[in-house]
Design a protein around this ligand. Structure first.
Ligand code: 6PG
Length: 241
């Protein structure tokens, strides 16, 4: 597996690069095709979504994108903890995008039922490759504990679940989450970690350098079939490399 590492001076530069990457992929699409993106949650994407809203509103044909999520908190879409709300507030409602292109995880539903339902939605709306639904692009965050999506170290076995989605539990808050699993993550065309700030530097170093402790981190299990993991870092998060 190759780590393709890009180090940006700041989040705006990272966002500009990501916007142009998505623009190029969408401009290259065949006329009847969509580009599928699974978004991450947490705080890191806020600045990225804001920048894309302000600078790529008219540069990308947003209605050629189908938006999904890699994980969602089991809360209503109006809750400030909702990853859908975060993406909608800072990006989706600011660009020309039909509601029908947004496939949110319904955090307000019973978690086990929604994990099954979302698995079916992913299966119905993505091409199948290597026996599993295949995203064009999955955006992943990196937790300070080495989690990604909502697969946490205490439940690392969820990564290798045969299901496309699982119910996870946040180790501190006990909050239930719905998360995609390694089945889906490692089958995507492009998998990109975005890790910004000093607090991520140690984990980034350990995972990229495959240190002994890294095997405890779900993020270290990301190993896409095409063999490439992209890392969008800043000076601080890459400071140990
Ligand atoms: C979530 C995420 C999660 C997040 C990391 C990093 O729902 O919280 O999808 O995987 O990306 O926890 O979060 P920060 O960007 O806030 O550091």
């Amino acid at each position: 597996m190759n780590n393709e590492i890009k180090i940006f001076n700041n989040t705006d530069e990272l966002s500009e690069y990501l916007g142009n990457f998505w623009k190029q992929k969408i401009d290259e699409l065949e006329s009847n095709k969509f580009y599928s993106i699974a978004l991450s949650g947490g705080n890191t994407p806020i600045k990225i979504f804001n920048y894309l809203s302000e600078n790529f509103r008219d540069k990308i044909d947003w209605n050629r994108i189908k938006f999904f999520w890699g994980d969602e908190r089991c809360v209503p879409p109006s809750d400030n903890d909702s990853n859908y709300k975060l993406a909608n507030d800072y990006l989706l409602r600011n660009v020309n995008l039909d509601e029908s292109n947004i496939f949110r995880i319904k955090g307000e539903r019973e978690p086990i039922e929604e994990a099954k339902a979302y698995s079916k939605i992913i299966e119905a709306n993505l091409p199948i490759a290597n026996g599993s639904p295949k995203f064009d692009f999955i955006l992943l965050g990196l937790g300070e504990d080495g989690h990604t999506a909502s697969i946490f170290p205490h439940e690392i076995e969820l990564f290798s679940s045969q299901n496309y989605c699982e119910v996870a539990v946040h180790p501190v808050s006990g909050q239930k989450r719905i998360t995609i699993t390694g089945n889906i993550i490692n089958n995507a065309e492009t998998v990109t970690f975005v890790a910004i700030g000093k607090s991520k530097a140690e984990r980034v170093f350990e995972i990229i350098n495959k240190t002994k402790v890294a095997k405890n981190y779900p993020a270290s299990l990301v190993n896409p079939i095409n063999g490439i993991v992209n890392w969008f870092l800043d000076v601080e998060s890459s400071s140990r490399l």
